[in-house]
Design a protein around this ligand. Sequence first.
Ligand SMILES: Cc1cc2nc3c(=O)[nH]c(=O)nc-3n(C[C@H](O)[C@H](O)[C@H](O)COP(=O)(O)OP(=O)(O)OC[C@H]3O[C@@H](n4cnc5c(N)ncnc54)[C@H](O)[C@@H]3O)c2cc1C
Length: 832
Amino acid sequence: MASRARVVIIGAGIVGCALADELTTRGWSEVTVLEQGPLFAAGGSTSHAPGLVFQTNPSKTMTEFATYTVNKYSSLTLDGRPCFNQVGGLELAATPERWQDLHRRHGLAQSWGVPSELLTPEQCVELWPLIDPTRILGGFHTPTDGLAYALRAVEAQARRAMGRGARFLAHHRVTGVERSGGRVTGVWVATGEAADGGTGGLIPADIVVCAAGFWGPTLGELAGLTVPLLPLAHQYAKSGPIQALVGDCDEQTQAVRPILRHQDRDLYFRQHVDRVGLGSYAHRPMPVRQDEIDAKATVMPSIQAFTAEDFEPAWRDAVELMPALGESKFEEGINGIFSFTPDGFPLIGEAPHLSGFWLAEAVWVTHSAGVARAVAECLVDGQSSFDLHECELGRFEDVQLAPAYVEERGRRNFIEVYDVIHPLQPMESPRPMRTSPFYPRQRELDAYFLEGAGWERPHWYGANAAALEELERRADADRLIGAGLRDEWASRYWSPIAAAEATATRERVALYDMTPLKRVEVAGPGALGLLQQLTTNNVDKPVGAVTYTLLLDHAGGVRSDLTVARLGEERFQVGANGNLDLAWISRHARSWPDPVSVRDITAGTCCVGVWGPLARELVQPLTDIDLSNDGFRYFTAKSGYIQQVPVTAMRVSYVGELGWELYTTADLGLKLWDLLWRAGGPHGVVAAGRAAFNSLRLEKGYRLWGVDMTPEHNPYEAGLGFAVRKNKDFVGRDALEGVSAETVRRRLVPLLTESVVMGSEPVHAAGREGAAGYVTSAAHGHTIGRAIAYAWLPAELAEPGTRVEVEYLGRRVPAEVAAEPLFDPDMAKIKC
Ligand SMILES: Cc1cc2nc3c(=O)[nH]c(=O)nc-3n(C[C@H](O)[C@H](O)[C@H](O)COP(=O)(O)OP(=O)(O)OC[C@H]3O[C@@H](n4cnc5c(N)ncnc54)[C@H](O)[C@@H]3O)c2cc1C
C-alpha cells in the first residue's frame, strides 16, 4: 500500500536499515533515516557485531524473527558479496545438565521448525576440528544457522531502500522530538560531523521510529517515554593465526566452520579465516551510563577500551576446549556495548502517550530483519503477522520501569544469558517487590513463591505438608499425586503438596490468592460502547452479569481473554491478563467518542478465590448476600459484606468448582483473609497455590492466554468460539468472516500423556516428517489421575483417540488426544 506518511527512522544500525527496507518494499517511500554517525559503519553495536545467528529460542516468536532474518539475509548480496554465510550452528555440552538442555533445545527447534540434530563428540570434531572431544558430551547442530555479515546487510538493505526513494542522512543527530496534541510531528536535528548542534533544524514526520539501539533511553527521554534497557559492555576478541585453520577458507568466505557456543563456560566462537573470534559473557556485568556513551558519541561510541584482565579466564577456558588456540594469544579485543532489557525480549511498539512515536530497540542482529518486518507490518497494515505479545513495549508494569529495576534485571540477564534456565525459574532479585495483603499469612503458611509481573505468587504452601501425608495414606494416592510421572526436571519448582491442595479444592474448600491478576475499571457514559466494540461477546447485559469474552486484533487473533463484570449501568470491572490489555483498552478509549475512564485498580484492591464443594458452607455464615444457587447464579456478581468487609463477589471459577471470587480494597485484604480462614477451619480449608490451580484449570480445559493461545490463533482454533457473537460489531470480526470451528485447520486439544512434560515440546504423529505440533501447557491432573498436555495439532490429528508422541528431553512419550473437558463436562460441580 503506497503511503505519503512521512517516516523518520532514528539510527542506521541493522534495525534502522532493515526497517527502511521493509517499509519501502511495502510502498512507503517517504522514509528518512537519520544517523548521528557516518554511513554505514555508523558507530553503534552493529558496527562491530560478529554476527552469529543462532535461531533456536524458547520463544516461538524470537525463533521466527531469527528464521526470517536468516532467510532474508541469505538472499541478500552487496556488490556480489553475500550477506549471510550458512555455516550452521553448533552448541556444545560439557556437563550432563547442559547435555539434557541440548535435548530440550533440539525439541524446541523441532517445535518451531528449525532443522537440528544431536551429535556425538566425534561428530562435533568433524565440524570443528579444533575441539578437544574429551571435554564434551555432545553437541546440538543447526545446519541453517550461520553468520550474518552485519555491515553488508546494513548497506545492502539501505541501498535497496534508497532505490525506492528513502533518504539516509549521515551526521544528523536527533536532539529533540516535536509533538502536538499527543502526536509526534517531527524531530529536531543537529547536523555536521561534530553533531553538536551546529546547523540542523526540524524534520517534520508523521511517524518516528526509534531504532537507536542502546541510545534508546536518551531518545525516549526526548519523547517523554521510559525505555527500559540497560547498555552493557561485552567482550569480544580474536586469536592470532592458528595453523590448523590456514587454508580452511579465504578472506572472501571468512568462515566455513559452524558458529559455536560453549555455554558451560559462557563462551561463543566464530571463524575469521585462520583466526578464531571469541565472545565471553563470563566477565562481570559492565553497565554503561547514557551520559558516558553520549560523551564519546562521535568516535565509534559503542566500543570501550578492552579490559584484558576480564578476558583472561575466558581465554583459558577457550584454550581448554580448543588446545590449538594455545599456540596464539588473544588480540584485537573490544568491550562492545549492546542492550539488555529486564526480560531479555526486544522493545517493540508505539509510545502509550505519544501517537506516532515507535520503538524498535534492544534487538540482536539475529532478530533484526524479523523485528523490522514486524514493525513495518504494524505501521503499514496496522497489524503484525508475528505474535508480538512478549515484545510489546506496553508489557511492563510501572514498577518494572524503575531505573534500579532495569539495571538489576539487565545485569542478571547478562549473567544468565547462557545459563540453563528452567521454564518456571524466577529471577532471584529484586524480590520481593509486589505482595498481596495476604502476604503475611502466606509467609506464616510457609508459601513457596514464584514471581510474575513483579508479584510474589504462592505456588504451594509448606504448611500443607500434613495434608500431603494424609493423602499419601489413601489407596488412590499414587494416582492423585502422579507418582513416577515427573522426572527431576519436571519436579523442579514443584512439590507433591500441590496434589494435596488440588484434592482439598475438589473435596473440601481452598483459598486462592487472585490479587496479582490485572483488574481494570472501565467507567463512564462510553464504557459499554467501548467494551462492546473491543470484545467478542455481548457485554450489554443487566447489572450484575459477568461475561467471558475475548479481545481480538484486526486479523481476528486472540489478543486476550477477559471476564467483564457489569457492576453498574456505566461501570465495568474487567479481569484481564496484564498490562497489554490495559494499554490496548486505554488506547482505544482515548479516541472513543463518549467519555470513558480506564483505570488500573489492581494495586489498590485484592481478591481471594474461595473454591470447592464446601465454599458455600464456608462463606454463607459470614454474609447476608444470598449465596444459594438460585439467589446467586453462576457468572454473576453482587456487592455486599463479609462481616465488616465490603466486597464484590463474583460467582466464577477457574478451577471448576463451586465458589466465589471476593474482591475488596487492599487495606481490608488481611481482614477478609482472616475471616475466611477462621470460618474455613471446621471445613478443612487450605490455602492453595498456582501449582494446584494450573492442574485444576487444565482438567477443566480453561486456557491460559499467552501460553495456550496468542494473537497467532483465532478463537475457533483455540476452542473459544463460544465467546464470539458474530451478530454484533467488534474489532476483528471482519477477519472471522467464513471462519468457524468446522473450517479451522489447526486446533488446541488436550493430550493425555504418560509423563508430565513442561510445555513447548514437539508433538510427533506417525507418518509425518518433523513435528506435527507443539505443547502449550502441561501438568498432572490430580483429580483425573493422568498427566495432561495441551497441544496445537493439525485439525486432522485433533480427533479424540488419535495417538501421538511428545518428545520430552529426547524421549518419546506416548500420548493420546482426549475429548475436553477432562473433568466434570456437565458442569455439575460448578452449577450447584
Ligand atoms: C561485542 C558484541 C558482539 C555481539 N555479537 C552479536 C552476535 O554475534 N549476534 C547477534 O545477533 N548480535 C550480536 N550483538 C548484538 C548486536 O550487535 C546488536 O544488538 C545490534 O547490532 C543492534 O542493532 P541496532 O540497529 O538496534 O543498534 P545500533 O547498531 O547500535 O544502531 C543504532 C544507531 O543509532 C544511532 N543513533 C543513536 N542515537 C542517535 C541520535 N540521537 N540521532 C541519530 N542517530 C542516533 C547510532 O549512531 C547507531 O548507529 C553483539 C554486540 C556486541 C557489542
